[in-house]
Ligand binder design. Structure first.
Ligand code: ADP
Length: 261
């Protein structure tokens, strides 16, 4: 008993859920939540039953992006499980549904863990083909809890193309490897900008950085998404582009990524 052993952690499956996919990013603001929402909707458009869990207990985005912000709080069923809120055919759960927006959430690590366990396991998900989890950025407590306690099918990593973001991707990939979570692949968000006036495509943050990083690290490249006004507007208004403009090239980008997954 050399004292160097990792604490014993057991992964406990969640009844009724076939696959759990974590959407992660090394940095904040790269479009991870937007991707999580549109990937969930993309999977759902391929006739899968899909849930969406907002693991970002400090800065939940799912209530806004899924247009569930002004919804009443979730009810509980007879076994005291919360009934997820539903929109666009997706069952959603978020800390944002349970607390008031302006309340400070001042929790220490262990409390984040137990809050997460509650969101995951005290929710009446029913039968799901896939539960998509929108992780907070980085490699903090919530992410470790997810990786150690939940049997994740795999992780999708979202990055922008520039070098500084990609350096963190390498760290993120290595973290998932260490906790033995398979990496489903890398998504390059904000890969380029198509000028709506002259149609010229500009690689604002550099060209093919994520694709090359994926290749170098031996992980799948799932696809790219351009920086686009309508993605920003629809995402921040709770009207995801895969729902409101399903035939747009941008929606197709997300649907193709979902297909790859
Ligand atoms: P994260 O979850 O990484 O913090 P978000 O998904 O919240 O990132 O996105 C940050 C901001 O960028 C939001 O305002 C969102 O609408 C916008 N955004 C995300 N992806 C794109 C994109 N491809 N084109 C334009 N805006 C985007």
């Amino acid at each position: 008993h050399g004292g160097h052993r990792q604490p014993q952690v057991t992964k406990v499956a969640i009844e009724g859920i076939k696959n759990i996919i974590a959407v992660s990013s090394a940095k904040g603001g790269v479009g991870k939540s937007t991707c999580a929402v549109n990937i969930a909707l993309g999977l759902s458009s391929h006739n899968l039953s899909v849930g969406l869990l907002d693991v970002d207990v400090f800065g939940p985005s799912i209530p806004l992006m899924m247009d569930l912000k002004n919804h009443e709080k979730p009810f509980t069923n007879e076994s005291n499980q919360m009934i997820p809120l539903q929109n666009y055919g997706i069952k959603c759960m978020s800390m944002g549904f349970l607390v008031n927006e302006d309340d400070p959430i001042i929790w220490r690590g262990p409390m984040v863990g137990s809050a997460l366990e509650k969101l995951l396991r005290q929710t009446d998900w029913g039968h799901l083909d896939v539960l998509v989890c929108d992780l907070p950025p980085g490699t903090g407590d919530a992410i470790l809890t997810m990786c150690q306690r939940v049997p994740l099918t795999g992780a999708v990593i979202v990055s922008t193309p520039q070098d500084v973001a990609l350096a963190d991707v390498v760290r993120g990939v290595n973290m998932f490897k260490k906790v033995e979570v398979p990496i489903l692949g890398l998504v390059e968000n904000m890969s380029h900008f198509n000028c709506p006036h002259c149609n010229e495509s500009t690689h604002i943050f550099g060209n093919e950085g994520a694709k090359n990083t994926a290749k170098k690290m031996g992980i799948n490249f799932l696809g790219d998404v351009p920086i686009h006004l309508q993605i920003r507007e629809t995402s921040d208004n709770g009207k995801p582009i895969t729902i409101t403009q399903p035939d747009s090239p941008q929606a197709k980008n997300y649907k193709n990524i979902s297909k790859e997954i």
